[in-house]
Design a protein. Structure first.
Length: 508
């Protein structure tokens, strides 16, 4: 009989992934590509159980993830009907009719002691600086619907993609590198009585799949980490009111733009995500402020193009597991956390969980590894949470009870400090490995109406003529770069040639 100590000191050779979808197949692809020669990797999924199926917008970290896995971009984009994303267009967030873009680029040139925004603010004060968007290639290109790959990583970008096709793409990659897929529905999670470790997953056909390390990708059900191991959930709904969504797909009525649209409404917001063959659409809303029927009416009355799939509902609770790793189980994706899709961070957080696991993959399950993993993921999740909450907090809207209630909420102290610091001094300080860099905070805070009261004295070191030349040179370089770029749709047509008929629609 195996003792509890023996079980905890057992070498990790068999990894079992519970659930497919984006989270499961990203984990399988990364593990098989990097550790497939020393691990036995099995993924269990059931065709009976659908996925949420709305994760179609990404951020630039996915480009890096694909490079690590040696994924060829053209092959990937053709497979997932992908388009390019340079940022997010936020419409009606500060006020109805107002728009700004949070782009993925770097604005201007920083000095080691101060970010570019300080030089721009002095230029504004002197009347020699134009709009902030004129100093960022990605932002200006997004406004003009342009894109092309540039030498030496000269343009930062992400993707819009069909999430179901992405899972299918990663499944093939994983299986090519030795991962095994089992079709089946998990009906029981077996644990060791002494240690509490998971030992096997029992399937509906009576078979069992044993493992040493288990990855929970069972979505909101959290079958392993929550239901079996009893790890609680920290609810963030007092900061993030939205708990419901409707999603659908429509035929495109215009060329694909290189950005996601986030359009604020009375009690939530809507997304528009252009793919090669269709457009992903959705409404995210607070069920306390809008009924399902009201949401459906508002959503369908504003959707453009012929609907090719009936809207499907998604219920969620914003927050995180109190532990992402417990005993020999790690939660990825919706089993571990969900903030909301506003800044397209869901796939990124899956990726970060996988990367951290790979960096510290243990020979045997050890508590120091578990503690470090949980602390790292906890910090990253709270950083993303604060960034998303900021969009709601910084608004002038008072036109519905939803927006009025948002104004009455007390924001996290960590976020309050960041906003106060920027408002008073124009400064943004980024902690190690935080997702959103200085320019992201600057673009969103200024886009949402926060203009700093002062700038760093480093900006005063330049004479006015030198500052003007500095700003003019940056603006000219941005203008000339963007002018030379082709239209985004034309570039995609050339980069990913092929038919544009709608792809088969999978279950949501």
């Amino acid at each position: 009989m195996t003792s509890a100590r023996d079980l905890q000191n057992k070498p990790i050779r068999r990894v079992v992934i519970a659930g497919g979808g984006t989270a499961g197949w990203m984990a399988a692809a990364a593990l098989s590509r990097t550790l497939g020669k020393v691990l036995d990797i099995t993924l269990i999924e059931s065709e009976e159980i659908g996925t949420v199926g709305v994760g179609e917008a990404t951020i630039p970290t996915l480009v890096t993830f694909h490079r690590l896995l040696d994924i060829k971009e053209q092959e990937y984009m053709s497979a997932v009907k992908g388009t390019i994303k340079l940022g997010i267009s936020f419409e009606n967030w500060l006020d109805e009719g107002h728009r700004y873009i949070h782009s993925f680029g770097i604005s201007g040139k920083d000095h080691w002691s101060a970010g570019f925004q300080h030089f721009w603010m002095r230029g504004q004060k002197l009347g020699i600086a134009s709009g902030y968007e004129d100093y960022c290639v990605e932002l200006k290109a997004a406004l003009e619907d342009k894109f092309a790959h540039l030498p030496r990583g000269g343009i930062n970008y992400a993707y819009h993609m069909d999430a179901s096709l992405y899972a299918r793409f990663l499944r093939k990659l994983s299986q090519d590198h030795g991962a095994r897929r089992i079709e089946g529905k998990i009906v029981e999670v077996e644990t060791d009585e002494a240690s509490g470790f998971i030992t096997a997953l029992k399937l509906a056909d009576g078979s069992t799949v044993e493992g040493d390390l288990f990855i929970d990708c069972t979505g909101f059900r959290a079958l392993l980490i929550g239901k079996t191991l009893g790890v609680g959930f920290e609810d963030w709904s007092h900061w993030l009111f939205n708990d419901s969504a409707l999603a659908t797909q429509t035929l495109a009525v215009r060329d694909a733009v290189p950005y996601t649209r986030a359009i604020a409404g009375k009690s939530g917001w809507q997304w528009r995500i252009p793919l090669q063959h269709r457009v992903g659409n959705g409404i995210v809303y607070s069920s306390k402020h809008m009924s399902d029927d009201e949401a459906r009416h508002e959503f369908l009355s504003s959707v453009e193009g012929e609907i090719i799939k009936d809207p499907w509902p998604v219920r969620f609770k914003p927050g995180q597991r109190k532990k992402s790793w417990e005993k020999n189980c790690i939660a990825l994706g919706l089993a571990g956390s969900f903030i909301e899709p506003l800044e397209s961070t869901t796939i990124h957080l899956i990726q970060r969980g996988i990367v951290h696991l790979l960096r510290m993959f243990p020979q045997v399950v050890a508590q120091p590894d578990i503690d470090q993993y949980n602390a790292t993921l906890d910090s990253e999740l709270q950083h993303v949470r604060d960034f998303v909450v900021m969009h709601y907090h910084l608004t002038n809207r008072r036109d519905s009870q939803y927006w009025r209630d948002i104004q009455d909420m007390e924001i996290p102290a960590t976020l309050k400090h960041r906003i106060d610091l920027f408002r008073e001094t124009g400064k943004v300080f980024r902690q190690a490995e935080e997702l959103f860099a200085e320019n992201s905070w600057v673009q969103v805070m200024m886009g949402q109406g926060v203009m700093p009261k002062q700038y760093h004295p480093t900006a005063d070191v330049m004479s006015e003529p030198d500052l003007k030349r500095f700003l003019d040179d940056i603006r000219r370089n941005v203008d000339s770069t963007v002018k030379a770029l082709p239209q985004h749709q034309a570039y995609i047509d050339q980069y990913c040639p092929g038919p544009r008929e709608p792809a088969p629609v999978s279950a949501g």
